[in-house]
Design a protein around this ligand. Structure first.
Ligand SMILES: [Zn+2]
Length: 172
């Protein structure tokens, strides 16, 4: 979160378009914080995106390059991606690897195992301002695993600050 992954997806989509590729961008239907059928990054750049709920749905669309943001929220399994990949299709996928409880998020673990190039992105820790915030901390009481939200609910924190927040050593 707040690490620039949506910006990365938009940049890569535009780069692939310049290369003459047929590009499609997907995002989970439940993530409509900013727009229903667009990806919008924090700088206001946007690109149209197809809403899907299940990974399988991408098979209905033909493209050379498939880009998916917020992959952690998608249902289903990664078989559809592997099938398309075996036919020469390219994928760029962004998502949060861990939930706020540090559990593997959705199918992120599966896709990370199959990826041939992984870039771990970090944010600035909201508490100590260090540059290696790799965790999300939820500021409010959660009832389930998934609660879609933005800066009002989640903050990026480093491991040290995460542990201090969870143990109650520091408070926000
Ligand atoms: Zn910190």
């Amino acid at each position: 979160m707040r690490c620039g992954k949506t910006q990365k997806i938009i940049d890569e989509a535009n780069r692939q378009k310049i290369a003459g590729k047929k590009v499609l961008v997907f995002k989970p239907l439940m993530d409509n914080r900013f727009s229903d059928n667009h990806l919008i990054d924090r700088n206001g750049n946007e690109i149209s995106a197809v809403n899907i709920e299940n990974i399988d749905e991408i098979k209905k669309f033909d493209a050379d390059v498939y880009l998916i943001d917020e992959f952690q929220f998608l249902q289903g399994d990664i078989k559809a991606i592997q099938e398309l990949e075996s036919k020469g299709k390219k994928f760029f996928i962004a998502g949060l690897n861990l939930t706020t409880e540090k559990k593997p998020f959705g199918k992120m673990g599966d896709i990370l195992c199959c990826a041939d190039n992984i870039q771990m992105m970090t944010s600035i820790c909201e508490v100590c301002k260090s540059e290696n915030a790799t965790y999300s901390y939820c500021k409010i009481e959660k009832t389930g695993d998934i609660l879609v939200g933005g800066d009002d609910i989640y903050i990026p924190v480093c491991n040290q600050c995460y542990n201090k927040l969870v143990s109650g050593e520091i408070k926000l």
